[in-house]
Design a protein around this ligand. Structure first.
Ligand code: ADP
Length: 473
C-alpha cells in the first residue's frame, strides 16, 4: 500500500542538526519514497546555512493565537527536491527566526507555536495525509491537539505515530502554559498531565496510535528507566515497539564522502584508512603509528562524557606512548574544562576540539582505529554505525541500541569491543583490549573487513515503519 506520510520534527539533516534525530528524520523519508510512498518533512525555519543555500517557494501564510499572543506564520517549501523528498519549514517571526535549534528560555513557546502552525496549515489541506509521524517531545503534542482541539476536527482520525529518539528530554511545562493550546476539551486534561506538570512526551505516548523507540533494546530499558515515565510505558506497552535506526548510505559512504581526503571501500580500506589517519594525526599533532581512539558526541552525562578526562588520563599514564586520543564534542562546561586541563600533560598523544564540526566528524570516522562510546544511555546511537561503515572498531558500553548493534570481537561473528559498565575499570579494560587488538594486525584487518561488509542501511527498518503505518489504516 502506498501512503502519504508527514514527518514533524525539530531537526532534519542538513537543514538543522544537533544530534541523531536530525540524521534519522533527514534520511528515513528518502528511503520511504524509494519504497513507493510520498514522505514529507516539516521543521521550524531556523536561520541555518542550508536555509540560505537553498531556493524556497512560499506555500502558505496564516495566523493563530497562542494564549494572549498572536502570531503570523509562513510555510516554505524547498524548490529543488535536494533531499529526495519535500522539505517544508515553518517560519514564525520572533520565535523561530534564530540560528540555534534549542537552548533558548522560550523553547516551550517556540515548539508549541511550531506545532500549532503545522496543524493550522494541515487542517486546510484538501487531501489529508495517511499518517502523521511525530518525533520527540517538540512534536509530541500534535496527536493530542489533532484529537482534542476543536479547531482540528478534520484531522481527528488520521493515524499518528510518535517516535522517541530520547526519553530523557520530555519538554515539561508548568500548567500555566496550558492555555497556549487552541481551545480543547478540558475534561481531557489528564492526557496532558504527568506527575502534576504538563508533559508533552507523556501526552504523546498516551495519545499517539503507536509509539516507537529507536532500538528494541532501548524500548525494554524504558520500562525500568525512563526519567519518570516507567509506569506510563508499562501501561501503554501494547502500542510500543522498537525499530532500529538505519543510516543514510549515500551521506555516510567512505567511497564517495567528499569530506575525507582519500576515499576507500572494503577492498582498499587498509591504504585508504592509513591516508586518512595520517592527515588526522598531522592536523592534531598525534603519532600515526599508535592506535588512535576517538570520541565524537555531545559532552553530556548520558554519553558518560564526564568520565572521558579521567579515563584518558589513566590510559595515557598506564600505557605511556602506546595509544593516542582525539575528542570532538561540546556540551557541559565542566567536562570541556577538564578535557582542556589534561591537554598540557599529554601533548602528542591527546588532542581535543570542543566544537560542533560535521566535516571533522567524517574525517575522524575515516581516520580513527577505534571509536569509544561509554554511554550511560544510548537510545540507538548512530556513531557506532558510522564507525562500522568506515572500518573503525566501536568500543561500546552494552546498553540500548549499542547492545543491539555491536557484537564483541571475541564472540561469534563479532567485530567490536563491548563492556558492561560506565566505570573507569571497564573503560580501562576496553582500552587495553583495543591496544592488544591493534597489535594483532591479522585479526585487526579481518575485523575491519567484517565490519565494513555489515548492512546497517535503512531498507529493513523503513519497511518496518511502513508495516506499522499499514496496521493503522
Ligand atoms: P545523540 O542524538 O544522542 O546526540 P546519536 O549517536 O544518535 O547521538 O547521533 C549523534 C550524531 O551527531 C552523529 O551524526 C554524530 O556524528 C553527530 N555529532 C555529535 N557531536 C558532534 C560534534 N561535536 N561534531 C560533529 N558531529 C557531531
Amino acid at each position: 500500500m502506498n501512503m502519504e506520510i508527514i514527518h514533524v520534527s525539530a531537526e532534519c539533516y542538513p537543514m538543522a542538526k544537533v544530534g541523531g534525530l536530525a540524521d534519522v528524520v533527514g534520511s528515513l523519508p528518502k528511503y520511504q519514497q524509494r519504497l513507493g510512498n510520498i514522505a514529507k518533512v516539516v521543521v521550524p525555519m531556523y536561520r541555518t546555512k542550508f536555509l540560505y543555500d537553498s531556493q524556497w517557494d512560499v506555500v502558505h501564510k496564516g495566523a493563530f493565537a497562542m494564549g494572549r499572543m498572536n502570531f503570523d506564520f509562513t510555510i516554505i517549501k524547498e524548490k529543488d527536491n535536494k533531499l529526495g523528498y519535500d522539505l517544508y519549514c515553518v517560519d514564525i517571526n520572533g520565535l523561530l527566526d534564530r540560528e540555534k535549534v534549542y537552548g533558548y528560555g522560550d523553547d516551550a513557546e517556540r515548539f508549541c507555536a511550531f506545532q500549532i502552525a503545522v496543524l493550522e496549515w494541515m487542517s486546510r489541506w484538501t487531501d489529508l495525509p495517511d499518517v502523521i509521524h511525530v518525533h520527540d517531545h517538540q512534536a509530541a503534542l500534535i496527536p493530542f491537539m489533532m484529537q482534542r482541539c476543536f479547531a482540528y476536527e478534520r484531522l481527528k482520525y488520521i493515524p499518528t505515530i510518535l517516535t522517541i529518539h530520547n526519553a530523557q528530554y520530555q519538554g515539561w511545562m508548568d500548567w500555566g502554559k496550558a492555555p497556549y493550546l487552541p481551545a480543547w476539551d478540558s475534561w481531557k486534561w489528564g492526557l496532558l498531565d504527568w506527575n502534576n506538570v504538563l508533559n508533552p512526551l507523556a501526552c504523546g505516548i498516551k495519545c499517539a496510535d503507536k509509539v516507537t523507540t529507536v532500538s528494541p533494546g532501548y524500548m525494554l530499558e524504558l520500562f525500568d528507566n525512563s526519567n519518570g515515565l516507567e509506569n506510563l510505558f508499562k501501561t501503554e506497552y501494547a502500542k510500543c515497539s522498537g525499530i532500529i535506526n538505519g543510516i543514510d548510505y549515500e551521506v555516510w559512504n567512505p567511497k564517495t564522502d567528499t569530506y575525507i581526503i582519500d576515499n576507500f571501500s572494503v577492498t582498499d580500506a587498509e591504504e585508504g584508512k592509513a591516508l586518512n589517519k595520517k592527515k588526522l594525526c598531522d592536523d592534531f599533532g598525534l603519532d600515526k603509528k599508535l592506535p588512535l581512539i576517538v570520541f565524537i558526541g555531545r559532552l553530556v552525562n548520558e554519553k558518560a562524557a564526564d568520565m572521558l578526562p579521567g579515563a584518558i588520563y589513566n590510559a595515557l599514564t598506564e600505557h605511556e606512548q602506546q595509544v593516542s586520543f582525539l575528542v570532538l564534542g561540546n556540551g557541559e562546561p565542566v567536562v570541556e574544562q577538564a578535557l582542556t586541563a589534561i591537554q598540557g600533560s599529554f601533548a602528542g598523544y591527546y588532542n581535543t576540539q570542543l566544537t560542533y564540526n560535521e566535516k571533522l566528524s567524517h574525517q575522524m570516522y575515516a581516520g580513527a582505529d577505534f571509536l569509544l562510546m561509554p554511554s550511560r544511555v544510548e537510545p540507538c546511537g548512530l556513531n557506532q554505525l558510522y564507525a562500522l561503515r568506515y572500518g573503525t572498531v566501536p568500543m561500546v558500553r552494552s546498553t540500548g541500541g549499542l547492545k543491539d548493534t555491536v557484537i564483541d570481537f571475541e564472540d561469534k561473528n563479532g567485530y567490536g569491543i563491548c563492556f558492561n559498565n560506565a566505570s573507569y575499570e571497564d573503560i580501562a579494560l576496553s582500552i587495553k583490549r583495543a591496544i592488544l587488538l591493534y597489535q594483532n594486525k591479522k585479526k585487526f584487518k579481518e575485523i575491519r573487513k567484517l565490519m565494513m561488509q555489515l548492512n546497517n542501511s535503512w531498507e529493513t527498518s523503513a519497511q518496518q515503519y511502513l508495516d506499522l503505518y499499514t496496521s493503522l489504516q
